[in-house]
Ligand binder design. Structure first.
Ligand SMILES: NC(=O)c1ccc[n+]([C@@H]2O[C@H](COP(=O)([O-])OP(=O)(O)OC[C@H]3O[C@@H](n4cnc5c(N)ncnc54)[C@H](O)[C@@H]3O)[C@@H](O)[C@H]2O)c1
Length: 351
């Protein structure tokens, strides 16, 4: 029989690609994340991108050239006219999202939509409902779930090595006080922090029942939104999570760590490394450097999951409907940071 650490070392956290992976992908928005992560990951995974589109012609043209994409457009409707486009992969900011998602749904295209799903609850609900009415799959690109450290943590929890999880923490320090992040309302919680709020739901498999958040602005920062938060998530009597983010650190310092504490042990990690210690295990902790990356490798995970769901006619892991719950937590954190009160996340039930 394997010892506990041998069993842990043998956990298969690799990204599973679907059996059928030649769906035609049409990408909308050829900016930083599309060029820097989606398309490199798709190339690596052997996915088939058949067209791309950006309102800026040069962005569409250069992306098509760089990734050998056969057709490029400046109007997304031309891309939707192509029968070979089966999946629309959308990586634009908030403006125009609802219109484009509705048009994709009406054109019968399945959709992978970049996080954050929406800044407004009503927009997210409208997109979920229009996709469900049209019978197309909608998946939100919360690819952090497929970063090796995050996925390993999920599997370790799921397999019961940590016992019952009662506390999770997430701590990150960086600096995004420039560019579009600095111009975006509620950037820190809604645009970036949503990754970590979603991970708390993913790891625990539970929904927070209450959210407390506080934020501050660094004196002299450029961003219109606060760039420091502290968020507490209450789940139930036996589980809470604390998240801290300073995104206006002065001097070079990107640091990242999460910890999951359970009744039988703990795991601490980054996106690519984990340390595990068990109550009944060996005296010293186990350190593992994991294979793969968050950027770009994890992007094959979200697209692969959408393809799997299409093939099996199943709900994708981060469906629009599921992601309403993550968005509700993020919106509750914004509301709490403004009101100073504990906020209960909204819930959605379809009519
Ligand atoms: N999942 C992640 O880890 C991650 C990381 C970075 C960015 N993002 C998200 O991806 C989205 C895009 O971010 P980015 O950094 O690539 O921004 P970006 O500004 O670099 O790119 C956006 C592109 O969309 C194009 N665009 C805008 N409206 C369009 C339309 N109607 N049709 C076609 N193209 C259009 C713009 O011209 C631009 O080229 C944002 O929602 C952001 O939050 C996610």
């Amino acid at each position: 029989m394997l010892g506990l650490f041998e069993e842990i070392v043998s956990i298969d956290y690799s990204i599973k690609l679907p059996e059928k992976k030649d769906y035609g992908i049409g990408v909308i928005g050829c900016g930083g994340i599309m060029n820097g992560a989606h398309l490199p990951a798709y190339q690596q995974a052997g996915f088939r991108v058949v067209a791309c589109c950006d309102v800026v012609e040069e962005a569409a043209r250069s992306t098509a050239e760089r990734f050998s994409i056969p057709q490029f457009f400046t109007d997304y409707r031309r891309l939707l006219d192509l029968p070979e486009v089966e999946i629309a992969d959308i990586a634009i900011h908030q403006e125009g999202r609802v219109e484009i998602v509705n048009a994709c749904a009406q054109a019968g295209k399945h959709i992978l939509l970049q996080k954050p799903f929406a800044h407004r609850w009503e927009d997210a609900v409208e997109m979920v409902e229009s996709c469900e009415r049209a019978g197309v799959k909608l998946m939100i690109n919360q690819q952090a779930r497929y970063a090796p450290g995050h996925r390993f943590a999920k599997l370790l929890v799921e397999k019961g090595f940590l016992g019952t999880v009662y506390h999770c923490t997430h701590h990150i320090r960086g600096n995004q006080d420039s560019g579009w992040p600095a111009q975006t309302p509620n950037f820190l919680i809604i645009d970036h922090g949503i990754h970590y709020l979603d991970l708390m739901r993913y790891w625990t498999g539970k929904e927070p029942s209450g959210v407390y958040a506080t934020t501050v602005y660094m004196p002299g920062q450029r961003a219109i939104a606060p760039l420091v938060y502290s968020i507490n998530l209450e789940f139930d009597r036996h589980l809470m999570a604390n998240l801290w983010f300073n995104d206006v650190v002065q001097g070079r310092d990107w640091t990242y760590q999460f910890i999951i504490d359970g009744t039988d042990g703990w795991l601490s990690g980054t996106a690519t490394e984990v340390t595990v210690a068990l109550k009944e295990g060996p005296a010293s902790a186990l350190h593992l450097k994991l294979k793969g990356s968050w950027f770009p490798d994890a992007f094959a995970g979200t697209m692969g999951e959408l393809m799997r769901a299409i093939q099996e006619n199943d709900e994708p892991m981060v469906s629009g409907r599921d992601n309403l719950k993550t968005l509700a937590v993020a919106l509750a954190a914004v509301q709490s940071s403004e009101s100073g009160e504990r906020v209960v996340p909204k819930s959605y039930s379809s009519s």
